[in-house]
Design a protein around this ligand. Structure first.
Ligand SMILES: Nc1ncnc2c1ncn2[C@@H]1O[C@H](COP(=O)(O)OP(=O)(O)OP(=O)(O)O)[C@@H](O)[C@H]1O
Length: 198
């Protein structure tokens, strides 16, 4: 079992007032934690801190007591709200995926990813198609924790349900810890094992 922990995290953008101040959070393998707070209160910022994209001004983020590794593939993978901003626009998708790690057939098929997408550039897919691709990439990296920030807002209801079902099954099977942000109370209730109010 692994533990992802944020302890006393403080974060400010530039010289502004801190968006996060004294935030602590603990997530274990197999837990599915929903971050809940009104708009603009720092859920996305905390997600980025947990995944190592932002370094806290104070406090720390650890996995099993050690800081997140600075090199290599991060054991905390993030699925972003805007997938087009999360991939290299100049790289064909097959190459982007290959860089994350070995991708098995079940992952590609389970997410409804078509083989011909691999030869395309990110702008040649729809937002929903690209998001499925980004989920495959996050899982191909064999993470111990996945942070999903409003990952399904651009998907229709059916695709949203399919993708969440798939991600739920995968995180359960792999015993991955999940932290997610969603503005849908119904989705939160269905997915979360725990709800954390910021
Ligand atoms: N890059 C940035 N530079 C300056 N301020 C920022 C930046 N990103 C976010 N903020 C500010 O930080 C605060 C928290 O933003 P954040 O996106 O973390 O909130 P949120 O809870 O995820 O919001 P929402 O639910 O609307 O997505 C907001 O006031 C926002 O304006």
């Amino acid at each position: 079992m692994s533990v992802l922990a944020a302890e006393g995290v403080r974060y400010s953008y530039g010289k502004g007032a801190p968006v996060l101040d004294g935030v602590s959070l603990r997530v274990e393998s197999g837990q599915r934690v929903a971050l809940s707070a009104p708009s603009g209160t720092g859920k996305t910022t905390l997600a980025r801190v947990l995944a190592g994209y932002l370094a806290p001004d104070e406090g720390r983020v650890t996995i099993d007591g050690r800081p997140l590794p600075r090199r290599g593939v991060c054991p905390v993978q993030m699925i972003w709200q805007h997938p087009e901003a999360a991939v290299d626009p100049r790289m064909r998708l097959g190459r982007t995926l290959a860089e994350a790690g070995p991708v098995d057939r079940a992952l590609v098929d389970g997410l409804g990813i078509r083989d011909e997408w691999m030869d395309r550039f990110p702008h040649e897919l729809s937002g929903g198609e690209l998001q499925r691709f980004c989920i495959a990439r996050a899982l191909a990296a064999e993470p111990r924790f996945v942070i999903a920030d409003e990952m399904s807002t651009m998907l229709d209801a059916l695709t949203q349900a399919q993708i969440w079902r798939f991600l739920m099954d995968e995180v359960e099977r792999r015993e991955v810890g999940l932290v997610f942000v969603s503005h849908s109370p119904a989705l939160t209730e269905r997915i979360a094992t725990d709800i954390v109010e910021l």
